[in-house]
Design a protein. Structure first.
Ligand code: ADP
Ligand code: ASP
Ligand code: MG
Length: 448
């Protein structure tokens, strides 16, 4: 039995949390691989460093080192501290080199913002060692997590990662070593760190589970499991005991921050069940996400919201009779590397829902189209997409009516609808200012 255990930022965010997590790991039977995020606040700090105009390296180094040394001083003494410091100093040299590198390099930011994981894993590995466990801190380079794609938005190369980890990690497991691997990033074919987007340690852990053929992936976080809504918006959100991969994947993709949007696929394809659990309450069973789940016939089970989106509407007379034009428009959105969260067409318009950060490049691409008479392009920014997941949602008469009556109660306009594309969810777009009200009303009517 191999379990991959991922611990998030708050779960490794203090000496007490690190000790608690080490206890959870040591109480888990069988072979284990740990994947950890940076200590909470550290990645945000590193993002602020790479975004600043001028970097004061001495101050950056001091703040970064202090954060980890303060924790180390509470966790280790004597020889244990010396062993930690021997590795810490080497990694601090790498940290300075990363921050001082050429800022115009396309992967500069990836290399700096992924530094936090190198230190949290070091702390955790040494706490585990102190408990008599043969733990080894491994970077994604050491472990062979292979990534490809654009800066700050990488994807894992699963076959290559499997081959690399087969050589670098599997033999360690057979020797009884417990690898503690950095989350958040992988390594490009030319050896550069490439991050998987914010919150990417969940995805990194799913990739590790896929590559090693794990029997279970555990995502340990700071809430009791996957909930019926974001508990920061709906304080009385309920924990869901069991979910399908499909339900969890849709909700994560459409904004449920508890899982990185791409966490599900690497485990789903290998039938590896996933549990979301609370590292502050290890006695709680959490949420089990797997292939099959008996429908409970809940009208709605969970609701998520993806904010900061925009609708780009392109008009041209009788566009529907020129399918090549619609195809060309989609091609141009793809050329802008923008994810289309929803699409809708009419006789003379096609509308795309994209992230607001992608609007500029998408418009540039669309404006470069020649040979078609685009009459008008409208952009409606400041909208959000709400994703409502329920049992057999599409088979139920009147579900849309029920859901939209809640939207009406919030005095919100539905700007766009996507129904029928997914078997488990109903998605619709509302103005950003109405998101909280709509989620709260939907939850109180159908989920509490
Ligand atoms: P970690 O650092 O462990 O990865 P995150 O902050 O990334 O933790 O994700 C956990 C947080 O996700 C929770 O604290 C909660 O506020 C938020 N969240 C949003 N939607 C949900 C949901 N449907 N279920 C549980 N938590 C959610
Ligand atoms: N440390 C990274 C972040 O804050 C990755 C993660 O926590 O999953 O985005
Ligand atoms: Mg997270």
């Amino acid at each position: 039995m191999i379990t991959v255990m991922k611990f998030g930022g708050t779960s490794v965010g203090s000496p007490e949390a690190l000790r608690r997590v080490a206890g959870i790991v040591s109480n888990t039977e069988g072979e284990r691989i740990v994947v950890a995020s940076a200590m909470s606040g550290v990645t945000n700090f590193l993002v602020s460093v790479v975004e600043s105009d001028k970097i004061d390296i001495e101050s950056v180094k001091e703040q970064f080192a202090n954060k980890h040394l303060t924790a180390a001083e509470k966790l280790f003494e004597g020889e244990a501290m010396e062993a930690f410091m021997a590795e810490f100093d080497g990694r601090m040299a790498g940290f300075e080199k990363a921050v001082m590198a050429d800022r115009s390099d396309p992967y500069y930011k990836d290399c700096v913002v992924s530094q936090g994981e190198r230190f949290s894993t070091l702390l955790l590995a040494h706490v585990l060692k102190g408990m008599g466990i043969d733990a080894r801190a491994m970077t994604s380079e050491d472990a062979g997590v292979v990534a490809e794609g654009h800066p700050l938005n990488g994807s894992a190369n699963l076959p290559k990662t499997e081959a690399e980890m087969g050589m670098r990690v599997r033999p360690l497991l057979s020797m009884g070593v417990l690898p503690v691997i950095t989350g958040y990033y992988g390594i490009t074919p030319d050896g550069r760190p490439l991050t998987f987007g914010r919150g990417g340690s969940d995805y990194a852990a799913a990739v590790v589970a896929n590559a090693i053929g794990a029997d279970m992936l555990e995502i340990w976080t700071d809430v009791d499991g996957f909930m019926s809504a974001d508990p920061r918006i709906v304080p009385d959100a309920k924990k869901i005991d069991e979910m399908n991969f499909g339900e969890a994947a849709e909700l994560a993709y459409f904004g449920a921050k508890v899982l990185h949007p791409r966490t599900i696929e690497p485990v789903r394809m290998r039938h590896i069940p996933l549990k979301v659990r609370n590292s502050f309450k290890p006695e709680e069973p959490g949420t089990l996400i797997h292939h099959l789940r008996k429908p409970k016939n809940d009208l709605l089970r969970s609701v998520a919201a993806k904010t900061d989106l925009s609708i780009i509407t392109i008009s041209s007379a009788e566009m529907a009779y020129r399918p090549a034009m619609v195809a060309k428009l989609i091609e141009m959105v793809a050329a802008a590397d923008a994810i289309i969260y929803s699409i809708s067409t009419s006789l003379s318009t096609v509308a795309f829902l994209v992230s607001s950060t992608d609007v500029k490049t998408t418009l540039r691409q669309i404006n470069s189209i020649e040979g078609y008479d685009i009459e008008k392009i409208d952009v409606k920014s400041g909208v959000a997409l709400i994703c409502a997941v329920g049992d057999n949602l599409l088979d139920k008469c009147g579900v849309c009516g029920d859901i939209f009556s809640a939207v009406k109660e919030a005095d919100a306009n539905v700007e766009m609808i996507s129904e029928g594309a997914s078997e488990v969810s109903l998605n619709f777009v509302v103005p950003m200012g109405k998101v909280v009200d709509v989620v709260k009303i939907l939850h109180s009517k159908y989920m509490s």
